[in-house]
Design a protein around this ligand. Structure first.
Ligand code: TYD
Length: 210
C-alpha cells in the first residue's frame, strides 16, 4: 500500500507522517517512511540544489530536477519496498509537482503531467492525505523551524496558488485524496483524524488482516 502526505508549507506533514509510521508499526505493519525531494543518495544532492535560496533556476529546469529525484526514488526505494510487502509512506510525491510547478510556477498542465507520469513510472498512491492550511498560518509555522528555503521565500500569492491547486486536485480525485485541515493547533486531534482515514483504507484493502 502506497500512502502520500501532501500540503503547503508548514502544514505538519513531517510530524504527522512520523506519528503514523509509529502507529502502524505498533499495529504490526512493516512501514517505510520516505520523502521527496531527497529520498535517495542522489536525491539528497538534488534536494540541496532545489532548496538553496542561492539557486536560480528556470521553471523547466526546476521541474526536471524534481523529476530526476522522483525517478531515482521510485525505482530504488518505493517500488522495491512495495514489492517486499511494506506500507510505503512518502512525504510529498507527484501532487506536489502539480501544486507547486503548475499552480505555483504556472508551467503547462500537459508538460508537468507527462513528466510526472514518466518519473513515477505511472505509480499512483492508494491514498493521499492532503493537510490543508492557510498560507499565512503555514508560513508562520514553517519559519519557526529555521532559515527560509527557496520556496518559503516566495511571495504569499505563490503559496495561495499552491493551496488552491491542492484543493482542486482533491476535488478531482475524491476517492484517493482526503483533506484534513490543520489550522487547528491540536496535533493529536489532527492525528486521530488521519489515523481514522488510514485505518479505514487499510481495512478496505486487506480486509482487516494485518
Ligand atoms: P520540504 O522540506 O519537503 O518541504 P516542507 O518541509 O515544506 O514539506 O521541501 C520540499 C520543497 O520542495 C517544498 O517547498 C515543496 C517543493 N516541491 C516542489 O516544488 N515540487 C515537487 O515536486 C516536490 C516533491 C516538492
Amino acid at each position: 500500500m502506497f500512502i502520500t502526505f501532501e500540503g503547503p508549507e508548514g502544514c505538519g506533514k513531517s510530524t504527522h507522517s512520523k506519528k503514523i509510521k509509529h502507529y502502524l508499526e505498533e499495529e504490526g505493519h512493516q512501514v517505510l517512511l520516505t520523502q521527496e525531494p531527497g529520498g535517495t543518495q542522489v536525491g539528497k544532492q538534488i534536494r540541496t540544489m532545489l532548496l538553496d535560496p542561492r539557486s536560480v533556476f528556470d521553471e523547466t529546469t526546476e521541474v526536471y530536477l524534481f523529476a530526476a529525484d522522483r525517478s531515482e526514488h521510485v525505482t530504488k526505494i518505493i517500488i522495491p519496498a512495495l514489492a517486499a510487502g511494506k506500507i510505503v509512506i512518502s512525504d510529498r510525491f507527484t501532487d506536489s509537482t502539480v501544486a507547486y510547478q503548475i499552480g505555483g510556477r504556472g508551467l503547462p498542465e500537459d508538460l508537468v503531467r507527462y513528466i510526472n507520469m514518466v518519473s513515477s513510472r505511472g505509480l499512483v498512491p492508494d491514498l493521499t492525505i492532503l493537510l490543508d492550511i492557510s498560507p499565512e498560518n503555514g508560513l508562520k509555522r514553517a519559519l519557526q523551524t529555521g532559515a527560509k528555503d527557496r520556496f518559503e521565500k516566495e511571495a504569499l500569492e505563490f503559496h495561495q496558488r499552491i493551496r488552491h491547486k491542492y484543493l482542486a486536485i482533491a476535488k478531482d480525485n475524491p476517492a484517493r485524496v482526503k483533506v484534513v485541515n490543520t489550522d487547528e493547533t491540536e496535533v493529536e486531534k489532527v492525528q486521530s483524524k488521519i489515523r481514522r482515514i488510514i485505518v479505514e483504507q487499510i481495512n478496505e484493502k486487506f480486509g482487516n488482516k494485518k
